[in-house]
Design a protein around this ligand. Sequence first.
Ligand code: DX5
Ligand code: ZN
Length: 214
Amino acid sequence: MLVAPSVLSADFGNLARDVKDICDSGCDLVHVDVMDGHFVPNLTIGPVVVSAIAKAATKPLDIHLMVQNNTFFVELFADLKPEYITFHIEEEKHPHRLIQKIKSYGIKAGVVLNPHTPAETLEYLLADLDMVLLMSVNPGFGGQSFIPTVIEKTSKLKALCDRINPSCLIEIDGGVNDQNVKLLRDAGADVVVAGSYVFKHKDGKKVAIQSLKA
Ligand code: DX5
Ligand code: ZN
């Protein structure tokens, strides 16, 4: 299992320190949540802060857009050369076009599904995708409880990926911990995002990350 700690739960007064810390603790990707206050009822960070994260990180960035104007934000972050940019299918009229645009910058492209959006909606996009991110909470905030229906959705998506695009990764985001990670792995997940579990673990970030990988 690959682990992508969500910087949303970091101490923003010591952001560079926390980003270095998760990278030194064995994470695989640094998950960056970008919220615009329109698509979700929360506002996070823009290019100034994301570029500070990119500078501190020794692992690749995984940028999760929760915004209304996806194309604008893709153009804003392309220079930072993240490994992945993912955007919400619910907020994009032309997802196929946007996937090609993200790839034209040499960045891997992913689509995000809210808890209510069926996996089958991706049937005709999957061949072009590097990653699908399934939300296991409603997007907008860290520290929410895991919505268990995502496990069945992960199995359905895994079957679709096996048929259409076996190299597409399945990532799960929200309320992930050492309990539900086993169910997610068995259902076919490749990457888990974890914010509060990693940053608030009583034994530290390294133990938390290792427990998700084990
Ligand atoms: C929620 C974000 C998540 C969030 C996860 O909208 O996409 O990445 O930070 O935090 P936890 O792991 O605390 O649910
Ligand atoms: Zn996220």
